[in-house]
Design a protein around this ligand. Structure first.
Ligand code: SF4
Length: 456
């Protein structure tokens, strides 16, 4: 689909963007040899929609249901990302609390280590969790508290895990926080790795059990005879995570947040990994078959084919019915990582829709190459965009609906464009076959709502 002679070069189409943003906006089929600029620091003053390093670390670790999270910094950081995400638990709900050392001016002048030690003592006295994560935020990065030493001394005192996550917001962007969370998880799991253990079962990395999505996937795996050891980190616990090193395979749903962890587990625990996506009919089918092939079991493969046949027979008639309402409509996508954007492009095709604008906060070059291979010439591809660019390109391309997160919703509504929330705040599953039904229903209801007749 690329290299059409009908698409003007990106330099011409991007001429009125901020100079430093021009190489992060690409027009599919423009024929430019230069790759899109991505995975770099945001341009100062460009009003990036990306979250900070601390947020990236917190969203990965927060769904561990029996963990405690102490945010070492001013109270505002603790409120950021606290319990606004839809990760569900089948057990403990300690993770829904948020604790902070609530640093004030005097702590900043004289140091906050004493206050942090007291906070850990209090948490251990009242709750005694098996693992505490200590997040150091911006101001702690500036004053240089020795948080690692405080954590070491607390572990010696109490015999539990107290893991330092040095995540000052200014240390990069959200993806740096993902890596810090993955390092924290390795610190939790590695002491329980034994190279002599016979490997069995699989882990699902990069799934956060939003609205119960992990349970849906777990159900599919149970039906095809695959043992799921733990989600990392959806609906996980200290006990399930320390069993993760036993797995014979890691499947990775959100590669953006968990690819680094999968690589470390492969190198240090000899667990191979497989990227999957359970969004949309095509990707769910491909993922189940790839898992079966990776486990080299004819029985699992036969069961996977049976499951796919049964579920598609249940879901496809509804999708076919909805398609007539959506055919020819245009979609814009702005999501966190590349894997989700790729699945969404395919899902819109399944619904008879075309993607005209697509972007991610933390996509990699390989993700953007796949994206460009899937979309039509002229589709606008954006890395780390901002509301001004999104507005301009959605208007230019005539998008009928925007799929994004909480930060994009007001923009869509201000422009009189339908919106679908595909971020961590939503309350209904969009993964698996039930997710296909929910997604088709929501896109149809939002796009064809009578409200748009009253918007000028
Ligand atoms: S870590 Fe820094 S950027 Fe992130 S919420 Fe706290 S103050 Fe803001």
């Amino acid at each position: 689909m690329t290299n059409s002679k009908n698409v003007m070069p990106s330099e011409t189409l991007n001429r009125d963007l901020l100079e430093k943003r021009k190489d992060s906006v690409r027009h599919a089929g423009c024929g430019a040899k230069k790759e899109i600029t991505c995975d770099t620091q945001s341009v100062a003053g460009a009003v990036s929609q990306r979250a900070c390093v601390y947020c990236g670390a917190r969203v990965v670790l927060n769904p561990i249901t029996d963990a405690f999270h102490i945010v070492h910094g001013p109270i505002g950081c603790a409120s950021y990302t606290w319990d606004i995400r839809g990760s569900l638990s089948s057990g403990d709900d300690l993770y829904r609390n948020s604790f902070s050392t609530d640093m004030k001016e005097t702590d900043i002048v004289f140091g906050g280590e004493k206050k942090l030690t007291e906070a850990i003592d209090e948490v251990m006295k009242v709750h005694a969790p098996k693992v505490i994560f200590i997040y150091s935020t911006c101001i702690v990065g500036v004053i240089g508290d020795d948080v690692d030493a405080v954590c070491r001394s607390a572990e010696q005192k109490y015999g539990n895990r107290v893991i330092s996550v040095k995540a000052p917001g200014f240390a990069g962007h959200k993806a740096v926080g993902y890596r810090m969370a993955c390092d924290a998880l390795m610190s939790l799991m590695l002491p329980h790795y034994n190279s002599e253990t016979i490997k069995h079962g699989i882990n699902l990395l990069g799934d956060y059990n939003l609205a119960g999505e992990f349970w849906l996937v777990k159900g599919y795996l149970a039906r095809i005879g695959v043992e799921l050891i733990t989600g990392v980190t959806g609906d996980s616990s200290y006990e399930s995570l320390i069993r993760a090193p036993q797995a014979e395979l890691n499947i990775v749903q959100c590669a953006g947040s968990s690819h680094y962890l999968a690589n470390r587990m492969e190198e240090e625990m000899q667990i191979p990994s497989l990227n999957v996506s359970f969004y949309g009919l095509e990707d769910t089918k491909a993922s189940l078959l790839r898992i079966a092939h990776a486990l080299k079991s004819p029985d699992i493969l036969a069961k996977a084919k049976k499951l796919i046949g049964e579920e598609e027979a249940r879901v496809k008639p509804f999708v076919d019915k909805i398609r007539s309402n959506l055919s020819g409509k245009k979609a814009a996508i702005y999501v966190g990582g590349g894997f989700k954007a790729i699945s969404l492009i395919r899902q819109f095709k399944e619904l008879g829709m075309e993607t005209v604008v697509v972007g991610t906060q933390t996509g990699k070059k390989a993700d953007y190459e796949v994206i460009e291979s899937l979309v039509s010439d002229g589709t606008v591809i954006l890395d780390d965009t901002n509301p001004a660019e999104l507005e301009r390109f959605m208007k230019e391309k005539g998008a009928d609906i925007l799929v994004g997160g909480v930060k994009e919703r007001p923009l869509a509504y201000k422009l009189g464009i339908a919106f679908c929330d595909h971020n961590h705040e939503r309350k209904h599953p969009l993964a698996g076959y039930d997710g296909v039904l929910n997604f088709a229903s929501e896109i149809n209801a939002s796009l064809n709502s009578p409200i748009w007749d009253y918007v000028g």
